[in-house]
Design a binder for this molecule. Structure first.
Ligand code: ZNA
Length: 252
């Protein structure tokens, strides 16, 4: 208590490391079956070595391999959900339901979602401001992390998987998105049976499952994996976000 008060009195904000360690401990409290296999300090060290002391535009996705290997989490087949341009809705939907799991609902994704970090050549520090933006350079510390984490999430997927896409867009599937350029390609036909697009559509939207962008999705998808697409009314998803009594099977 004295230390906490000292931190408040001196106006010192909690460090980036404190935020990540706190998220890690909270996640392991909520998923107590994972606590034995995961060590938050070891995960932090593996994370840090990817970018500390390096040019923030020169972090290849592979720099995060030790981090990926330090996190132990079993995947549950038939529950994996990908998304593109639907982040807020998907996070609200999956937050309190276990029927579908997104990357941000796994330990790895939960630790770093919404955060920004980078270092510099010769530095031992983590900075959370003035880091390269998403598109400023390809191999920036944050984007490479999400590319590597997304690639791993998709590579471990199994059974029937789904993707929530935005039916308010003229082209809901984009081959340059993380979903289109990494996740679809990493699905392994020896484990994944089908990919179902859940096209979330508002009443006034005109985009359907016949949208031409889904041809490029099917061309990218391994031919051994079945492709399906279904329109899901936005109002139905909203209803399921606000009323947890509605079973998942009635939501999608
Ligand atoms: N949680 C994340 O921040 C994140 C998650 C970032 C990138 C990828 N993912 C994976 S891939 C997630 O689990 C989904 O399955 C996949 C979504 O990636 P996407 O297909 O590229 O979808 P999107 O909506 O275009 O972008 C996803 C997120 O990436 C956004 O919400 C932003 O946080 C970030 N992002 C993408 N493009 C930009 C960007 N941020 C800033 N500028 C951009 N141009």
């Amino acid at each position: 208590l004295v230390i906490v008060f000292g931190a408040i009195a001196s106006g010192k904000k909690s460090s980036f490391k404190d935020v990540v360690i706190k998220r890690c401990q909270t996640f392991l409290k909520e998923h107590s079956n994972m606590a034995r296999e995961n060590d938050c300090e070891i995960i932090w060290k593996a994370f840090e070595q990817a970018y500390i002391g390096r040019d923030p535009c020169d972090i290849p996705p592979e720099a995060y391999d030790p981090l990926i290997n330090s996190v132990k989490q079993d995947v549950v087949c038939n529950t994996m959900l990908f998304w593109s341009k639907t982040k807020d809705m998907v996070q609200a939907f999956t937050d309190k339901r276990d029927c579908l799991v997104i990357l941000e609902g796994t330990l790895l994704g939960a630790l770093f979602d919404g955060l920004t970090w980078c270092s510099k050549n010769e530095s031992q520090e983590t900075f959370t401001t003035d880091c390269p933006s998403w598109s400023y350079c390809q191999n920036n510390s944050v984007r490479s992390f999400w590319n590597r984490a997304s690639s791993n999430f998709a590579a471990t997927a199994c059974g029937n998987v789904s993707a929530m896409l935005n039916g308010s867009l003229e082209a809901p599937f984009s081959s340059t998105s993380t979903f289109g350029s990494i996740e679809v390609k990493m699905l392994d036909h020896s484990k994944v049976n089908s990919l179902t697009v859940l096209l979330v559509t508002k009443e006034t939207d005109t985009t359907t499952c016949d949208n031409p962008s889904f041809h490029s999705l099917q061309n990218t998808l391994d031919t051994k994996i079945a492709y399906k697409c279904r329109k899901v009314p936005y109002s139905k998803v909203e209803g399921c976000i606000s009323d947890l009594e509605i079973p998942c099977s009635d939501c999608l």
